[in-house]
Design a protein around this ligand. Structure first.
Ligand code: ZN
Length: 123
């Protein structure tokens, strides 16, 4: 399964996407899922009958780059990166840049493109 934009950006930012490395029973039912980073979340089968829910949804959704909160996190991280100056001086004028990229989804996509470009440059 290919990684989602949220996972790629979270990992690029040094965060953990979280996955279950270990489980333990919770004392009154449910299962504690423990990630290798130490994060944990408890699943109660009765309250989450949907098979589509991952035990990590709650934590993963804290890095939803389609939201303004996610935009803020990504912006603060991106402007500290080595590639930021190049990214900001790409072939667009400043007005286009700001009108276009001050938008959570478009900025996240642009950062994804930049990360892909960096990977190719450094390959
Ligand atoms: Zn983790």
């Amino acid at each position: 399964m290919s990684k989602s934009r949220a996972q790629i950006l979270t990992e690029a930012m040094g965060g953990c996407w979280h996955d279950t490395a270990e489980t333990k029973p919770y004392h009154d039912g449910g299962t504690i899922h423990i990630c290798k980073c130490g994060a944990r979340d408890t699943m109660f089968e009765a309250s989450f009958s949907s098979a589509t829910r991952s035990p990590w949804d709650r934590l993963r959704n804290q890095n939803d780059f389609s939201t303004w909160v996610g935009f803020g996190k990504l912006w603060e991280w991106a402007k500290e990166q080595e590639w930021w100056a190049d990214f900001m001086s790409a072939d667009v004028d400043a007005v286009d840049f700001f009108e276009d990229l001050i938008n959570p989804n478009r900025f996240a996509d642009a950062v994804m493109n930049e990360l892909e470009r960096q990977t190719e440059v450094n390959a």
